[in-house]
Design a protein around this ligand. Structure first.
Ligand code: 1GP
Length: 251
């Protein structure tokens, strides 16, 4: 999967991930949603959440796999969210925070399970950016997000991530953020490091999606907006496809 992501980055192709909250898998509409996601051009299903109630992760992923052949990447909120049913997992370290439990504690618990699993593991520096309100990720991780007007902090953190040897960076304003990750934060990180850049949180319009891509996002993640208005999926996919058709590397 990392190879696919790096190849896309090197050829200027943008990717789009649909985030599925494990607690919503049993809700109606999943079949249609995944049919549309496959048909219109979603590249990955991201699966996970900061707070998951009582769902059986294996069964939830099996259900998704029964409905689509899209790759499933676990975006875990904790070491409890591991399943061999998925294809890949983002091995996140919350590098914007100063809570050792989310920098390394959960990872130490998860490490032997991941080592034994068949999952592809992508080491990912996870940076929470202030999205205008306290998100579940901020609350649960007990960390401060990077202020929206402090791009030197996100730049420095991203450079540290690259020096540490992380394989990619995830800039997240948090699920349901009021404001998406600011363009200048994405631009700064994209200029300072060569790693693939995942960007999400609060992307609820095609304009915001396009701006994230133009600023340097390689993968955009969309969750809440599609949960609220599933019909937007087609618009988002069309925008991504159009951006790729018009990519200077293609022309
Ligand atoms: C959250 O980046 C994801 O971690 C997606 O955010 O739900 O706001 O789209 P939204």
């Amino acid at each position: 999967m990392l190879q696919k992501i790096n190849n896309a980055k090197n050829s200027g192709q943008k990717l789009l991930a649909l985030l599925i909250d494990p607690d919503k898998v049993e809700n109606g509409g999943l079949e249609n949603l995944l049919f549309d996601a496959t048909q219109f051009g979603i590249d990955f299903i991201f699966f996970g959440g900061s707070l998951v109630e009582s769902v059986n992760i294996d069964n939830a992923i099996k259900k998704i796999k029964g409905l689509t052949q899209l790759p499933i990447i676990i975006f875990p909120g904790s070491s409890l969210q591991i399943s061999n049913e998925a294809d890949c997992i983002l091995f996140l370290s919350l590098l914007s925070g100063r809570n050792p439990e989310y920098l390394v504690g959960q990872q130490v618990i998860a490490a032997p399970m991941l080592k034994k699993s068949s999952l592809e593991v992508i080491s990912t520096a996870y940076l929470l950016i202030d999205g205008g309100r306290i998100t579940t990720a901020n609350y649960v991780s007990n960390t401060l997000p990077i202020p929206r007007d402090k791009k030197e902090i996100s730049n420095n953190t991203a450079i540290a991530a690259e020096l540490f040897g992380f394989s990619c960076i995830y800039l997240d304003a948090g699920s349901g953020a009021l404001f998406e990750v600011p363009a200048d934060i994405i631009e700064g990180v994209a200029k300072n490091v060569d790693l693939p850049l995942i960007v999400g949180g609060g992307i609820d319009s095609v304009e915001k999606l396009n701006l994230a891509y133009q600023s340097g996002a390689d993968i955009a993640v969309i969750g809440t907006s599609i949960e609220t208005e599933p019909k937007k999926l087609k618009e988002f996919c069309n925008a991504k496809n159009l951006m790729n058709e018009n990519s200077p590397i293609n022309n």
